[in-house]
Design a protein around this ligand. Structure first.
Ligand SMILES: O=P(O)(O)OC[C@H]1O[C@H](OP(=O)(O)OP(=O)(O)O)[C@H](O)[C@@H]1O
Ligand SMILES: Nc1ncnc2[nH]cnc12
Length: 204
């Protein structure tokens, strides 16, 4: 027999299960990685798609991701968090809120309403153009770039170029997932950028 649903304004008693005492889970011992789902052959054959919607949907998982993303940068001077469309918006917005700084979106071509600058880049499974409002960052501002996943590094490198063309400095690039076999970390670190990733999936 299923129990009746509580009234819509009832206190959320079930949330007790998601609370964390210090770093020690009360009951739930899943690691951040355990919340990430893999979809085979999406968006095309041969791709193992690392799906973070299952991580975002879980209160404990999402909090772990946001907290771990910002930990290395908490003591540093950051003026803006720059999020890469689309999942970088969800993470970057939360990180910006935690750091008490503003959030700037980098979007796919044609989505931003104001005057933009653009950068073309290659993806693991296609090509795209990214854009930023040309007044979104001031010269000399220090930015943290946030996205869900680092694969070839093409998206992040385009994001870095856009920020730097506006005169901003990239303090770091933070990702939930690194796919090291696709070379993004090596690319970005080879260019001298700080890369912070919470977990890696090898063999992709
Ligand atoms: O390191 P790269 O090879 O550039 O790949 C990483 C990018 O690919 C994914 O986004 P996607 O392009 O699928 O766009 P979406 O988030 O808008 O779905 C992911 O969220 C990163 O932004
Ligand atoms: N394997 C993958 N899973 C999820 N997002 C991606 N973006 C590029 N490669 C990806």
């Amino acid at each position: 027999m299923t129990s009746p649903k509580p009234p819509i304004n009832a206190p959320a008693a079930h949330q007790a299960d998601t609370r964390i005492a210090g770093d020690r889970p009360l009951r739930d011992t899943r690691s951040l990685r355990d919340y990430i789902r893999t979809i085979v052959d999406f968006p095309k054959e041969g791709i193992l798609f690392r799906d973070v919607t299952t991580l975002f949907a879980d209160a404990r998982g999402f909090r772990m991701a946001v907290d771990q993303l910002l930990t290395p940068y908490a003591g540093l001077a950051i003026d803006k968090v720059v999020g890469l469309e689309a999942r970088g918006f969800i993470l970057g917005g939360a990180v910006a809120h935690q750091l008490s700084v503003g959030f700037v979106p980098i979007r796919k071509k044609g989505k931003l309403p104001g005057s933009v600058i653009s950068e073309a880049y290659a993806l693991e499974y296609g090509e795209a153009v990214m854009e930023i409002h040309d007044d979104a960052l001031k010269s000399g501002e220090r930015v943290l770039i946030v996205d869900d996943l680092l694969a070839t590094g093409g998206t992040a490198a385009a994001g870095i170029r856009l920020c730097e063309r506006l005169g901003a400095g990239v303090v770091g690039c933070a990702f939930v997932i690194d796919l090291p076999d696709l070379g993004g970390r090596a690319l970005l670190e080879g260019m001298g950028y700080d890369v912070h990733a919470l977990t890696a999936f090898e063999g992709d």
